[in-house]
Design a protein. Structure first.
Length: 406
């Protein structure tokens, strides 16, 4: 079995590279389409960009994943990939229409519920076990199905709402896909491990253009974030289903709490969304009312660059995963692992945001120190940054310049 996993990891790495190449080749064509069709994200008081930016990155990612999955299915086929591509395709179209025409929240939410329901019904995956948390194991369908709908729609919207800083949502999704890939490979489910690497490979070119690009910059848009959230939902359901091989391989034999682990991997995304929605509700607004109260807005206000904000939030998320790992290695049971993850996640989101906003008003020392750190994350004038910008914009080789010539 280990021999098979070793070769599947190599194959997964090859598929990652293949998908990266496909997405890189598709990107310029989709960028031209966005400009011709006038699909732009225009600046306003809430957004951070100063000029209109094309917003059609989602189709780049989806097309690369679709082509890679066709190639993968020619080697080994499973019907679950068909349902995955169908659900993500539906939400991609909904998101693109929303970017272009601004659909109502009710229409978007209804389609999200139907798409997640389709995944539950057709893929036969749902959150039907609590792994012994609070002494509860299997859940009946009348509880597991609504719970799965809430979790799936919640993840999709959490990914969608975190898209406010260049590179943040794509970098976060890449991190999540790689973490889930490790879980699938350790559970001896190589097919799902390869799928997560395919998704990471499709997101990487977009991340590079989104962060470093100037003439080639494009936003992923609601189409991309809704699609990415759906993919992550598929992976979460595949891990947390009580009849999955992940449950048998990791929880039973090693004492790993899969629910705490997955929650740790999605920590900042989920808990920051809960905090923002809770704050909006108690302020008398709709939970979907746009504002500038996310963690990434806090870091931008402290002077962090977009990439500095992204790296900082990924570090906060890694802190929670590390806390879960220490709890697990210390022999904590599944319930205690969950408590540790929830505590650290609340500290990372509610705690940090409240503390730093208070320090901002009172002129606290910690806020001043972080502002000084934030100013040091502005790397746009460095030689490496300029070289990366020319490379992703297609200017480097057009000028006949290699890295050593710069």
């Amino acid at each position: 079995m280990q021999h098979i996993i070793f070769h599947s990891v190599r194959f997964g790495a090859a598929m990652f590279l293949l998908t990266f190449i496909i997405a890189s080749a598709i990107y310029p064509m989709i960028l031209r389409m966005a400009r011709v069709w006038n699909i732009y994200d225009n600046p306003d008081a809430r957004k951070l960009q100063r000029k209109p930016v094309p917003v059609l990155g989602g189709p780049v990612v989806y097309a690369a994943i679709f082509i890679a999955c066709i190639f993968l299915s020619s080697i080994t086929f499973t019907i679950k990939v068909v349902w995955m591509l169908s659900a993500t395709g539906i939400l991609l179209v909904v998101g693109v229409l929303d970017d272009k025409r601004k659909l109502s929240v009710r229409i978007r939410f209804s389609i999200e519920v139907l798409s997640v329901g389709m995944l539950i019904l057709l893929n036969h995956n749902s959150l039907d076990s609590l792994e012994g948390i609070w002494g509860i194991r299997s859940l009946p369908a009348y509880i597991s199905v609504p719970l799965s709908l809430i979790a799936g729609v919640g993840i999709i919207n959490a990914i969608n709402l975190m898209d406010g800083v260049d590179g943040y949502s794509s970098a976060y999704a890449i991190m999540v896909c790689i973490c889930f890939s490790v879980i699938f490979y350790l559970s001896y489910i190589p097919y799902m491990g390869i799928l997560t690497l395919i998704c990471a490979g499709a997101l990487l070119p977009f991340f590079l253009h989104n962060v470093f690009g100037r003439t080639s910059k494009m936003f992923i848009g609601d189409g991309g974030t809704l699609m990415t959230g759906t993919l992550i939902t598929v992976f979460v359901f595949s891990i947390l289903n009580g009849h999955s091989r992940c449950y048998d391989s990791l929880h039973v034999y090693d004492g790993i709490g899969l629910i705490p682990l997955v929650l740790a991997i999605l920590s900042v995304c989920i808990f920051d969304t809960v905090r923002v929605m809770f704050t909006r509700i108690i302020s008398g607004h709709s939970p979907f009312h746009p504002d500038k109260t996310h963690l990434h807005h806090l870091f931008i206000d402290m002077g962090f660059s977009h990439i500095g904000t992204t790296l900082s939030l990924l570090c906060l998320n890694t802190f929670v995963v590390a806390g879960w790992f220490i709890a697990w290695k210390s022999g904590a049971d599944v319930t205690m692992q969950l408590y540790v993850v929830v505590f650290l996640s609340l500290l990372n989101t509610f705690g940090i945001y409240t503390l730093l906003r208070h320090q901002e008003k009172s002129g606290g020392g910690l806020y001043s120190v972080l502002c000084a750190v934030g100013r040091r994350t502005r790397w746009e004038d460095t030689r490496f940054w300029q070289w990366m910008r020319k490379m992703v914009d297609g200017e480097l080789f057009a000028e006949g310049k290699m890295p050593e010539d710069d």
